[in-house]
Write a protein that binds this ligand. Structure first.
Ligand code: ASP
Ligand code: MG
Length: 390
């Protein structure tokens, strides 16, 4: 008898009818003789609605505010975990719901993007031994201070992989509304193709560059703990995409996927006094505020005394980033003429492990943009990807 973790995303539990359907998928796995732990997202749209409510009340500029934000936005998963457990009970199974704290999902205190530090296996093991199907609210945990934390948007993927890792599950099945991992978002690019297998590192690049099929942290966790992850659709009865070691991918494509992210924001510090240490002084307070930076560009004026520093952050962090920097500027940490933020940017990336031993791939991308009269604001590359900000 194996242990399988099944995770169901927002569209899969998006209505009562769909929750009832999901219960049949859980039942099927259980009837094969496996132990099953289920992890659920909130009904689709619910978390975004909660984020919107919180934003209407407060600009969420400090940790105390973010702790309340987590209290609000974690609520959708409580509803779906209870509903699914109820439905499983009505099908005759022993099932119960668990919030993050009830199964000891401990996290650090970085509210809104907490990292899991520990999971209490005892509660799971006890209930599995008694024949229960635990249904866990994804996306949430509890801090040392007994406050509810959340793991960043898409975080229930990470909850599921973390539980699979802690309990040494045979497989973690991530059910979603697409058939697996595609060469681009199939809801936007109808001719995108589905892969049977994809390399872990490609998956990391794809997800961190905006492919929403999995949360990046869940893939990192899968690599670290050797968890077998499958991405599949809860609407079709067919195998999905398996995440495997890069070496197991036989055909190394130049471009495996095109990913995009609309949730980017750009911050520019105009005419910064370019002295040794200035960039460090600019970025230190952002790091302290838990704001992740992505693309960073510094260009210096002709005589080198002044520079423009531009970087991108997640759209949700833009206001906080600008506030933090303006505060530091006021304090005299650095001198800059102006700090400008805009959400009017997006990032498009191409990813492929074959790219590392070939040339001309980036050029093809730039030409395509040129042909379509799209201006490129910034470019970054790594061995297996090229990203542009537009
Ligand atoms: N409900 C959360 C979100 O929308 C977490 C998740 O679905 O994975 O981001
Ligand atoms: Mg998701």
């Amino acid at each position: 008898m194996a242990l399988i973790v099944q995770k169901f995303g927002g569209t899969s539990v998006g209505s009562i009818e769909r929750i009832k359907h999901v219960a049949t998928l859980v039942a099927k796995e259980k009837e094969k003789g496996n132990d099953v732990i289920v992890v659920v997202s909130a009904m689709s749209g619910v978390t975004s609605q909660m984020v919107d409510y919180a934003n209407q009340v407060s600009p969420l500029l400090n940790e105390e505010a973010l702790a309340e934000y987590d209290c609000v936005i974690s609520s959708g998963e409580q509803i779906t975990s209870g509903l699914l457990a109820l439905q499983l009970q009505s099908l005759g199974f022993k099932s119960r719901s668990f919030l993050g704290w009830q199964v000891g999902i401990k996290t650090d205190k970085t509210h809104s993007k907490s990292k899991i530090s520990d999971i209490d296996k005892k509660v799971f093991n006890k209930h599995l031994e008694e024949g229960f199907i635990p249904v866990v609210a994804g996306f949430q945990g509890v801090t040392d201070c007994n406050r509810i934390s959340t793991m960043g948007r898409g975080g229930s993927d990470t909850s599921a992989v973390a539980i699979a890792a802690a309990l040494k599950a045979e497989r973690c099945d991530i059910y979603t509304d697409v058939k697996g991992v595609f060469s681009a978002d199939p809801r936007i690019v109808p001719k995108a193709r589905k892969y049977d297998k994809i390399g872990y590192n490609e998956a990391i690049e794809m997800t961190s560059l905006g492919a929403k099929v999995l949360q990046t942290r869940s893939v990192e966790m899968a690599i670290k703990h050797g968890v077998t992850v499958q991405v599949l659709s809860s609407f079709e009865n067919e195998p999905g995409t398996l995440l495997v070691k890069d070496e197991e991918i036989m055909e190394k494509k130049l471009v495996t996927a095109v990913a995009h992210s609309k949730y980017e924001a750009r911050v520019t510090l105009k005419n910064v006094n370019n002295t040794p240490g200035v960039v460090a002084r600019i970025f230190k307070p952002l790091g302290a505020a838990g704001i992740n930076l992505d693309i960073i560009i510094q260009n210096i004026s002709y005589n080198g005394s002044q520079a423009n520093v531009t970087f991108t952050v997640n759209e949700a962090d833009l206001d906080r980033a600008v506030t933090v920097l303006n505060d530091e500027k006021e304090k005299g940490t650095f001198a800059a003429e102006e700090i400008i933020g805009t959400k009017d940017v997006a990032k498009v990336s191409i990813i492929g492990i074959g790219m590392q031993d070939s040339s001309g791939v980036a050029q093809k991308m730039f030409e395509t943009m040129a042909e379509n009269n799209i201006n490129i604001l910034a470019i970054t590359t790594s061995e297996i990807k090229v990203s542009i900000l537009i």
